[in-house]
Design a protein around this ligand. Sequence first.
Ligand code: SF4
Length: 373
Amino acid sequence: MDHLNYIQAFRDPAAAGALRARLQELGATLAARGRHVQVMEVCGSHTMSIARFGLRDLLPLNVTLISGPGCPVCVTAPGYIDAAIELARRGVIVATFGDMLHVPGSDSSLADCRAAGGRIEVCYSPRGSLALAQANPGCGVVFLGIGFETTIAPVVSLLTRAAEARVTNLSLLTSFKLVPPALRAVLDDPGVKVDAFLCPAHVSAIIGLQPYEPFARKYGKPCVVAGFEPLDILAGLCAILAQVQEGRAEVENEYDRVVRPEGNPKARAVMERFLQPADAQWRGIGMLPASGLALRPEFADYDAEKRFGFSVGPGREPAGCLCGEVIKGKLAPPRCPLFATRCTPTAPVGPCMVSSEGTCAAWYKYERNQANG
Ligand code: SF4
């Protein structure tokens, strides 16, 4: 089967119709018991797929989807952007993935800094920053290492390549984050109602299923891992509603063509070699203990904060932006007064409108004419 046909197999309308019918049947049973079920889709790619394929319209009326803290760009604190801008102002070359360019810091973005003459270079892979460092041996190069478990191993592997190539002018400004502590923070917040998690696909491919067990056993929340195609998501939601209907709370894997129960031990070994647990600042959530990973002391030469003698602060959120509430699942984007007025993808106020995985961007692109929210 070629790639296109492979993808289309997970977008088959007849199969989607059958899953919709099953969802409606499960929803009706739960509605008869007076149950409303609120499911948090953790990952930004799920958010985008749900909006793009109109999956919200297929749900029973007593089932709601809310977005979680799974967009890595959105949860990056403004102080981190401020730090990257400060590095560029000091003459350092800042290398980054393109989706970070327009993320607002406390007062400006990396795009503003670049327009003012700062050397901000967009890379398409971490290796791009190594090539930059080799091409500019007289200049410090800092790669912005952000992201969840999915992307951490490829970023820190860069350090092995730098050491092999004897490149000494490359370092990382890290803001690596872990998904399970963020889910715990969501559940511990009395202002957020979550009945179940649709768990992220790529993150689960690295961490496996075990890290979700406490959410099922201790908190009684069904956790179902699902892929990104429409049939994946609908099947994941069916599995969640079936658990709720039967009074179960278990970890299930509806994406076993990619996610293995044990995850990817090799990737985790790479992470373990370079990184250690650290407290991390989350935009909208604040400082969460042991929710991130920082370079181990033996790799201090590659740590931009140590090399350039500064530390990343929390920064300030853009005035009027409610991304923090969106990230925690407390607010649907249309309820932000700035949504689609002062805040649009071409003039974003907050990161949730910037990122290709951002909840506000997803609603703006696909669902902004819907009255609910
Ligand atoms: S609509 Fe814009 S200002 Fe409002 S929460 Fe989303 S990104 Fe922030």
